[in-house]
Write a protein that binds this ligand. Sequence first.
Ligand code: NAD
Length: 483
Amino acid sequence: MQWSSAQAVMAHLAAHSVRHLIDGELVGSESVDGIVNPSTGEVCANSPKASFEQFNEAVSAAVRAQKAWAATTVEDRRERLSAFADVLSEHAEELGALITLEQGRPFALGMGEIQRAATLLNAVIAIDLEDETLRGKGPEKVYVKYRPLGVVGAIAPWNVPIGLAVPKITHALYTGNAVVLKPSPYTPLATLRLGELAQHVFPPGVLNIVGGGNEIGEAMSTHPDIAKISFTGSIPTGRRVMAASAPHLKRLTLELGGNDAAIVRHDADVERIVPQLFAAAFVNSGQVCMAIKRLYVHESLHDRLASLLAEHAAKVVVGDGFDPKTQLGPVQNKAQFESVKAVLREVHAHPDARVLVGGHAREGAGYYIEPTIVAGLAEGTSLVDQETFGPVLPILSFTSDDEAVQRANASNFGLGASVWSEDIRSAEAIARRLVAGSVWINRHVGVDPLVPFGGAKSSGIGHQFGLAGLRDFMQPAAIYVPT
Ligand code: NAD
C-alpha cells in the first residue's frame, strides 16, 4: 500500500514537498523546517516556513475575500464546506499517514482523526444559523442578528493536528469569516497537504494555510486586520496570545490545557471500567487536552483497580505507528519527551511513590515512554498538579464524595472531569459540583458537535461546537423594530 510505511510517505514528500495556501495559490518558502518523525527522532521531511511578508499576504488576501464570502448564503457555504469534508474523507489514508509520520499515532488512528474531522464538520454545518428573537410581542420586536467578525487567525497545536485545525476552519468559514490558519511547527505536513488538496474548494483568499514558527502566531495576535484568534495550545501561550491581542481587543477562543480528574465511586464496576479508564487516560499516549490526568478512586476499590489497570497497561504495545501491532505511539517531540522524563525523575525520587507499571523512557531511537501508573502520590507533586501530557497517570485514594469533589476542584485547570458509578443519580449530583467545561458520567473524552466545548478557569475562554461555539465566531447586533 502506498501509505503504509514511513519510508513510502517520506519518498512521496521528497518528490512533492508541501506548500502554503495563500490567496488560492500554492507557494513555497526559501526557508524550511526539518520535521522530525517522533518514532525515530530523525528528520523525515522539510516543510516551508512562511516569511512575515507571506503571512501578511495571506491576511490581505483573507481581508479581500471575506466580504464576498460573507455575502454568500448559508446554503452556499454549507456546500463548499461539505466539499471540504469530502476532500478529507477521500484522502483520509494519505492525510492519516502524514499524521502518523509527523505526530506518531498509529496509522488506523491517524486515518480515524481525518474521518472524525469530516464527520464533525458535517454535523456543525447542519446547525441552523438563524437570527434570535428575544421579544416577539408588544410595541417593539427585538431580535439579535449575528454577523461575521472578519478574518479569523487560527493557531493549532501538535497533538491532534487535523482534528483541531478543521473545527477552527469550519466554525470560521460557516459563519462567514475568512481564515488564516497556522499549524504547529512540529506537525505542519498533514495540514499544509490538506490546503493543497482543498485549493479550489473555496474562493481564493477565503482559506489560507501558512506554515511557520511561533513568530507567525505572535504576528497573528498583533495583526490589526485579524478580528479574532481561535487558539488551541498550552496555558502559557494562551496568556501570551491574550496579552498580545489586547491592543486591538480581538475576540478570542482559547482552548487550553487540562488536568482532568476522574472520580471512581465506591459502587463502580471495576472490571468493566478498567479498559475505559485506561483508554481515556492514555489516548494518543496521554497527549490529549481532555484525557484523564488524575484518577481519584474510592479507598475500598483503590488497590484492586490500581492492580487491574497496571495489568492492562503492561499488555499494551508501544511502538512505531506504522507497525499494525502498535497501540500507543511515541511522545510527539523531544522537548515534550524531556518534560515527561523530568516528571518521571521526580516520581522516582519521591519516597511515597509506587510505580505500578512502566516508569521509564525506552532506550534507543524515538521518543517512547512506557505507559506508567503511579500510586501513593498526593497533591503538591508535579504529576498530580500539572498537566504532564504524556503516558503517565497518578492514581489517588479518597474516602468520601465530598473529599473527592474538593480535591478534583482544587486546581487552576477546569477542562473536563468524570464520575464513575453504578448509581447515576449520585454520580449526577457530583457531576453538577465539578467545575469543568465538560463533565461525563461513566465515560471521559469526546466532543459532541452539538454541544459547546470549552474550559473553565485557566483551561480556556469561549467555546467551539454547538450554536454557542458558532456564535463565538460572530458579532451579535440587537435590532429594535417598532411593530
Ligand atoms: P503551544 O502553546 O506550545 O503551541 C500551540 C500553538 O501556538 C503552536 O502553533 C505554536 O507555534 C503557537 N505559538 C507559540 N507561541 C506563540 C505565541 N507567542 N503567540 C501565538 N502563537 C504561538 O502548545 P502545544 O505544546 O503545541 O500543545 C499542547 C497543549 O495544547 C497542551 O497544554 C494541551 O492541553 C493543549 N490543548 C488544548 C486543547 C483544548 O481543546 N483545550 C486541545 C488540544 C491541546
